[in-house]
Design a protein around this ligand. Sequence first.
Ligand code: AMP
Ligand code: MG
Length: 343
Amino acid sequence: MTETRIIDASDPASQKKVVKEAVDLLSAGEVVALPTETVYGLGADALNADAVAKVFAAKERPGFDPLIVHVGSYEQVDEVAEVPDNLREVVNKLMKAFWPGPLTLVLPKKDCVPDIVTSGLPTVAVRMSGHPIMKAVVRGLGNPIAAPSANRFGRISPTSASAVEKELGGRILAIVDGGACREGLESTIVRPEAGEKKPILHLLRAGPVTKELLQRFGKVERPKKSRSNEAPEAPGQLASHYAPTTPLRLLKSPDEFNPEEGRKYALLSYCGSEKAGFIDAHDWEIVEELSPGNGKLAEAAVRLFFVLRKLDESGVDEIIAEPVSETGLGVAIMDRLRRASVR
Ligand code: AMP
Ligand code: MG
């Protein structure tokens, strides 16, 4: 067991020192959990294969699931990716519109990126985080940082330092505590491709940058769904992911709910509205709302993993989840709930 240190980054006056500590650990080939605007990431020097191997080990992540590489500048994209001439314009436009921010671009990779980072794929996923700490650490290190979400494989992504500690405490040396994540959902992943009339944007993972926002830059296409948990054609499309230990069932309507005698159920409600009928459908052990009273998708996205974790720890036998409307951010929320419900 390793002792995991929590490095408090809440005081702006100590941020330089915190960033230096994280950079020193990464330079020494260690892994560090870092805050981003989406979820906490488990970072390693992306150009150091041994360090990246520690990320896979700590997460118990299978080798076929590649990592996202964080860059600190537009120029650093060209250090890790070979942007084809016919994609240069759309890539520039996407970076300008959404970076720093929760958009990941999948591009042809350069040889300097170790195969372990990309699981042997000829492409690399790059993103530039807007979180001040992540930004400063990438710049301080000088190399890009490979950072998947800081949870054990397949589990709920962490949106706070304490959630990282529960997932990876005893397995990693340090967690930089930068407070709660602003977005709460993992980045949108897009693979741009040259199209006949306009670029095609393959949406590999729904996230905070919605289809509606992306449509200005090309034709958004969703890849075919994988139905099993085998190595996926498009990684990140694993059927089961973000899963609580407690079984979760996503229902379309309360009529589908037939409680079993003696079983304890929790309700994951959207906004606690009685209109949807779920609240009144059962004498729930516990009810948690994603957007209490309001029904705001942005709030629901921020709270989703926090609430899932809370319900998972509540000791019920099953979590019943109410659907949210599948528009805007609701697409990403429903995507996570569907995957959380597959075992
Ligand atoms: P995580 O940060 O834990 O959410 O994981 C990163 C996700 O990025 C993985 O699940 C992959 O699906 C996706 N990803 C990383 N690299 C690639 C790539 N080269 N092609 C497609 N997807 C990728
Ligand atoms: Mg993840």
